[in-house]
Design a protein around this ligand. Sequence first.
Ligand code: HDE
Length: 726
Amino acid sequence: MRQTWVSFALLGLASAACPYMDAAPAIKERTDTSDSAIHERDNKQFLNQFTLADSNAFITTDAGGPIQDSNSLKAGERGPTLLEDFIFRQKITHFDHERVPERAVHARGAGAHGTFTSYGDYSNITAASFLNSAGKQTPVFVRFSTVAGSRGSADTARDVRGFATRFYTDEGNFDIVGNNIPVFFIQDAILFPDLIHAVKPSPDNEIPQGATAHDSAWDFFSQQPSCLNTLFWAMAGNGIPRSFRHMDGFGVHTYRFVTQDGASKFVKFLWKSKQGKASLVWEEAQVLAGKNSDFHRQDLWDAIASGNGPEWELGVQIVDEKDALSFGFDLLDPTKFIPEELVPVTMLGKMKLDTNPRNYFAETEQVMFQPGHIVRGVDFTDDPLLQGRVFSYLDTQLNRHGGPNFEQLPINRPRTPVHNNNRDGAGQNFIHLNTAAYSPNTLNGANPKQANQTAGNGFFTTPGRSVTGNLVRSTSPTFADVWSQPRLFFNSLIPVEQQFLVNAMRFETSHLKSDVVKSNVLIQLNRVSNDLAKRVAEALGMTAPAPDPTFYNNNSTKFVTVFNNSLPTIATLNVAILASINKPDSVAQAAALAKAFAPAGVNVAVVGERLSNGTSLTYSAADASVFDGIIVATGAESLFAANSSSPLFPTRRPAQILADGYRWGKPVGALGSSVSALKVAGVNTLPGIYQQASDVEKFVADFKDGLKVNIMVQNSKIYLVDPLYA
Ligand code: HDE
């Protein structure tokens, strides 16, 4: 049997002759799987054949007949609508069925297309074909997400972020369905429903949305202390990233790389952001949830639309399987990460996202990732969380799609031929010609044939893998220590970052109503750090338990801090220039500053009293939360005067923008006469402020440096530290 792209043409999906369709590119034989064909059929090309632009077309029914659908068919102009109105019924029923169930978790997300390029030939460690030569390109689709919130929730909720990548390899789809945190809450998939029920809104009133600051979440965290490591990461900067672009990604589980000869090693997948790591500040994240709840989605979209698509390097930490227990924890335990000092990362390639989806539903909502989308050269391990995930994703997607043919949706289709004996089901797209839909058969020449390691480039598990053991329902004793790593993580944060974590825990636990839960939380925190437990207890008006030093250690790693990093690029960061449109010198300086920042790729928004030629935003709409740096231009100082008021924006709004920006760790500055505005905003005496009388060039150079660092780190005396524990 020869299954070709022609099946789509038969359905009319790509017929250029059809008057109601837009011309589609010539259809390729699906059996052409050469590298060049794959490359040519990258996501853009491939998906083009399914696009529909409605240009110069008449409205039709779903059956293709031209119609008018702006009035229903009525018995008389003032009469009732008739059952006969098939046009009305089709339009309304289609609308009634427009939604599919949102993802049970990770419902809120944003996606993008791009390309992965392999740095080399890695066939010495894996048979995965997308890694078998230098420069080899593979199309990818990535979806970033929050976990707990529903589809309409705010992007900036404090939460773990999903980082799911689909590689459309020339040997089938490979998904790394990862997160921006290298560890997970639980060690056994059977606890996932418990975790999610505890974290999601309360079943009675569905409060709170996309938040863990409630009793059931912390009840579970404190009863199931395997959660602590992930909880610590989420309470630090990773829980509220500056953008999806400013976070790393992790495969979390230990996987296997397997060579063509069957030799295998354990690997951990890591994505390293080329934009660097940065986080929001909690108050800023809360403000953003109101000011622009699409902040992360928008940021990704805008960066790609402006030609500044984000990049990540993919790396692996490679470990001999015999060393699974040699780091003081079990590599099969997904609540542990390997500090990079112990196992450095081997970089394999780079991914660039450069194309926004054309249709959110068709692409981002219908993309269905699975840890079970795996290719030869990669294999699972016995990690009990991974084992459960391999089951769960297929199951949930059957539910979301309502049938087994979701892999045939354009965004899910592999770029390789699909041949098997799966048949029928709702929405079947293929017209199968093989009537011997079973194996083994003789009637179709034994096709499709069984592939294996030596025939047909088949998926294979490592030959060395074997399993024995008594049936048990228990946790391995090698998974028992769940306190040492959160301690290592906490040790590794710089003081201002530790304070950030303490503040987060204070915020969350202050919302708890149950004293039992609060004291259980303190017991667990105290197993990690007595200092931390005391600082949280203080805010709760409680007393921390006496030190519980069993798991206290002085280990640390320099790879986990978010704050203590300098960004490698400031391209796509947003700078506001606060100006006054009534002062020509102010507008002129704003324009000069915008020009000076342009070569660095910085987006500049000139803020004025009203929209005019020189301004792109007004004081009434601008907010510090959406900017990475704020500058007051000469002449705007009059807007900051304590007695200044305007009918166009709330009193003292310009000063508020400046003060908020500084409080949230952004560089702020002023040029020329506007330096007086800093004083009014109350930030002039603080370090880390950029001021210049007239040297614009020097000012811009210094400010650009300021954009790279977290000002909170420079000024930790201001932002912290709890005096008692500094
Ligand atoms: Fe998921 N997870 N998960 N998860 N997960 C889903 O699958 C599940 C886990 C992750 O952008 C669901 O298609 C179980 C770890 C991401 O579409 C569901 C367990 C990690 C996404 C599901 C885990 C993840 C999901 C919901 C414990 C990081 C979004 C919709 C055994 C390594 C993918 C869906 C996207 C989505 C189940 C744990 C990441 C219900 C049972 C660990 C990024 O099947």
